[in-house]
Design a protein around this ligand. Structure first.
Ligand SMILES: [Zn+2]
Length: 400
């Protein structure tokens, strides 16, 4: 069995080891050492990374009591190999992991809530606790107590108690293994069976910050950050709050109410614009009715707009033909596209989709419709005027 240096001295960053076994499989090398400071994935804590001699370690896992270090290169020599773990990564895991013990202890002490899940990812750290709901006030209390454990800088010890002693310990949860049970004690505050790596004083965890939580199948998933991760989180949040407060020219404490005010103003402005647009279209429709060309009893409205929103154009067409005996031949163009709508009142019998089919090739148009309304667009902008003129002549022929 490999000697677990990470349990003897959690701060060991460099060590020398002998490689006892190398197994090659699918281009990867599985190295077994006589001793290791590389923590293998387990108990919610991710594995360490680092170097064994010239080989970069990609993954570390434990199987049947053996710890395997996975590399993409074979080692140069088997004996007295210098090894080094990625300490920044490990220390981050230690901060998050002990922070989790403290947060779980606080949940249990304050609300008798058990921790039933733990995930330590590169971005997120979460625990699942047996609370159906959690109020912001409860979250604040838990966070406060967990941070008191940190600030009191309590001793963190590892115990290997015999069966009799184990019986007497107030364990937060039962051990998962039967032998060599390892208990992490936070100075008479918390006793938890765990095989992970933890700093020896709670102060090293730094700030513990709950970010948010959600209900999941009757329990609560709590997302939190510790130490340097919490500091980074504070960095960008502070930066954004300062930027928003500058933009809005309000104090940082007042940004929320200022943003709420802007959102509600924006909402009512949008409503005003919608109403004004509709009024404007009514007015525009009345003007166009007044200027319409007449062919016997039929009024024909022919008009090309510059960069008119197509939805507005459609609304205008609908308003125009809501009166009897009206045909609307409308177009709009921007830099790349010409669009047309042909529409008529219900009482007329001119098939607009047929008309559109005849006319649309003039603007290289695609589209279609039904006897009452047809629409589409194309890229031949120069021909737009001619297209509407031709449509007008064809209707004139049909009516006469
Ligand atoms: Zn632990």
């Amino acid at each position: 069995m490999t000697r677990k240096l990470f349990h003897e001295n959690v701060y060991l960053k460099e060590f020398t080891a002998n490689i006892l076994k190398i197994r090659e499989k699918e281009g990867k090398y599985y190295l077994v050492l006589d001793q290791t400071a590389f923590y293998p994935e387990g108990g919610g804590q991710p594995h360490d990374l680092g170097w064994i001699g010239n080989c970069e370690v990609a993954y570390v896992f434990e199987e049947n009591g053996q710890i395997y270090h996975v590399t993409h290169l074979p080692p140069e020599k088997p004996d007295h190999v210098k090894c080094r773990i990625d300490w920044n990564r490990r220390f981050d895991h230690m901060q998050q992991h002990l922070g989790q013990h403290l947060l779980s202890a606080a949940f249990e002490k304050l609300f008798d809530a058990k921790t039933v899940g733990f995930h330590l990812g590169t971005e997120y750290v979460t625990i699942d606790v047996t609370l159906e709901e959690m109020s912001p006030m409860q979250a604040e209390k838990v966070e406060y107590l967990a941070n008191q454990f940190v600030m009191n800088n309590l001793q963190v010890k590892q115990l290997y108690p015999d069966a009799e002693t184990l019986e007497k310990l107030p364990l937060r949860k039962p051990p998962k293994v039967k032998e060599n049970i390892r208990i992490i004690e936070v100075d008479q505050v918390d006793y938890s069976p765990c095989g992970g790596t933890h700093p020896s004083q709670t102060g090293e965890v730094g700030l513990i910050k709950i970010r948010k939580w959600e209900k999941i199948r009757g329990i609560t998933r709590v997302e939190f950050l510790c130490g340097n991760r919490a500091l980074k989180d504070y960095h960008w949040k502070n930066h954004q709050i300062n930027a928003i407060s500058n933009l809005l020219s309000v104090k940082d404490m007042d940004v929320q109410s200022a943003v709420e005010r802007i959102c509600s103003e924006n909402h009512s402005l949008k409503k005003d614009i919608r109403n004004l647009k509709e009024q404007f279209i009514d007015y525009e429709a009345a003007m166009l009715h007044g200027d319409a060309e007449t062919l016997g009893p039929v009024k024909i409205i022919r008009k090309i707009f510059d960069q008119k929103d197509f939805a507005e154009l459609r609304l205008l067409a609908t308003k125009l033909v809501s009166q009897p005996n009206v045909v609307a031949l409308l177009g709009t163009k921007d830099e790349n596209k010409a669009q047309i709508i042909f529409s008529r009142s219900k009482d007329l019998e001119i098939p607009m989709h047929h008309l559109f089919k005849e006319i649309s090739p003039m603007i290289n148009g695609k589209g279609g419709g039904n006897p009452q309304i047809a629409q589409g667009g194309g890229n031949n902008l120069e021909n737009l005027e001619k297209a509407l003129e031709t449509a007008y002549s064809m209707i004139a022929e049909q009516i006469s």
